[in-house]
Design a protein around this ligand. Structure first.
Ligand code: G
Ligand code: MN
Length: 374
């Protein structure tokens, strides 16, 4: 037996909850300054949540000698700790994920107390992403963003690429969303939701602007389902000018691509090969079934203004070859005027990148302004 007894250190840190107070709200950190700390929909609780699924007084935290306990207060839709339904009460540790009906929070401690309203960064939090994924799919909680595609010679926006984002804590960017989707083998379903919600949000751009929509490589494994979903999109939006982006690495079988190309032709949907040059470009397969657009990856494009002559020459030849095949070359990831000018000189017809606009919600683009000049 040890002569010394270690007693728990006095609580110095402040417990806090990080997450969204409502499905459409930004992430905040809320400090638990007083106990019991009740959460619920009512206005007289310690932390008011704005989701109809949350009960009036849903659950409460109590602290005793520095230890935190969470107790469900007979809520209708349940309290969960790290994904498991809470029966009665449970001790809570730093880092635990607690969920009140559909709202998920990360418990933290020992941080400097902050005001509610602090925007949190997306920490690549896998467990959190996994819990939020269900909500993403059920509520179709994706927020489509649009990035302008520009014809630099005409000084005009000719279209937009639709990119998926979400407002869900822990799942804001596509990487986090597709990572969670991959664990559940739901990449195709997620990609499809992105497209459907993207086209709905992009209605205002039809028919004057081309809309470039993405596919996930998984979707190319089941071309029939992909084509069916696009046929539905065409029925819903008969006058949209659509281009389907396919990642160059997903273009593996020329026969499949040819048949996909034919089906899309019948639906008046164009094809773009995306991220060209990012990996080992499958030149043969790509040339076998030429797309309408070839999107050169930003790795090939960025810094081209100051790149050695050999790199510029290589790009120039590729762009010339692209055009000879009747394909429109597009430069991605252009951030500077110098690179943009260099791209025009190398023969690129279209440019996309932060220089001409960051991805943003559809409403942020003033159509009248776009229809005039960039
Ligand atoms: O793989 P794909 O080309 O679809 O990816 C587009 C991604 O590149 C988007 O996530 C978008 O936010 C990002 N992006 C778009 N333009 C630029 C840019 O000019 N610079 C950088 N670094 N990223 C960009
Ligand atoms: Mn793309």
């Amino acid at each position: 037996m040890s002569a010394i007894t270690l007693s728990p250190r006095p609580a110095t840190g402040v417990w806090s909850l990080e997450g969204q107070l409502g499905p459409e709200e930004p992430s905040v950190r809320a400090s638990m300054e007083r106990f019991p700390f009740a959460v619920g929909r009512r206005s007289d609780v310690s932390l008011q949540l704005h989701s109809p699924a949350v009960s009036g007084k849903h659950a409460e935290f109590v602290e005793e000698q520095g230890s935190l306990t969470l107790r469900d207060l007979g809520s209708t839709n349940g309290t969960y700790v790290n994904g498991a339904r809470l029966r009665g009460e449970s001790p809570i540790s730093e880092g635990d994920l607690v969920q009140f009906a559909d709202l998920v929070f990360r418990v933290s401690k020992n941080r400097v107390p902050t005001q509610q309203g602090t925007l949190l960064h997306d920490g690549g939090d896998q467990a959190l992403a996994y819990l939020q994924f269900d909500r993403l799919m059920k509520d179709r909680a994706v927020v489509p963003f649009f990035q302008p595609i520009v014809n630099p010679k005409a000084n005009a926006v000719i279209g937009f690429e639709i990119l998926g984002r979400s407002r869900l804590f822990g799942l804001q960017n596509p990487k986090a969303m597709f990572h969670a989707a991959a664990q559940l083998k739901q990449e195709s379903q997620l990609s499809r939701i992105f497209r459907e919600e993207g086209l709905l949000a992009g209605k205002r751009f039809a028919p004057n602007f081309l809309l470039f929509v993405n596919t996930h490589p998984e979707e190319l494994r089941d071309v029939k389902t992909l084509v069916n979903s696009l046929a539905e999109a065409r029925t819903d939006f008969p006058d949209m000018s659509l281009v389907l982006e396919i990642h160059e690495s997903a273009v593996t079988s020329p026969d499949e691509m040819r048949s996909l190309r034919q089906s899309l032709l019948e639906l008046s949907i164009g094809i773009a090969y995306d991220d060209f040059g990012a990996g080992q470009a499958r030149l043969l397969e790509l040339i076998d079934v030429p797309p309408d657009y070839l999107k050169y990856d930003m790795k090939l494009v960025q810094g081209i203004a100051d790149a050695p002559a050999s790199r510029r020459l290589m790009l120039k030849s590729l762009v010339a070859m692209t055009k000879e095949l009747g394909v429109t070359p597009l430069a991605e990831g252009v951030e500077t005027r110098a690179d943009s000018d260099a791209c025009v000189e190398l023969g690129f017809d279209l440019i996309q990148g932060y220089l001409f606009g960051r991805p943003a919600p559809a409403e942020s683009f003033l159509l009248e302004a776009l229809e005039q000049q960039v």
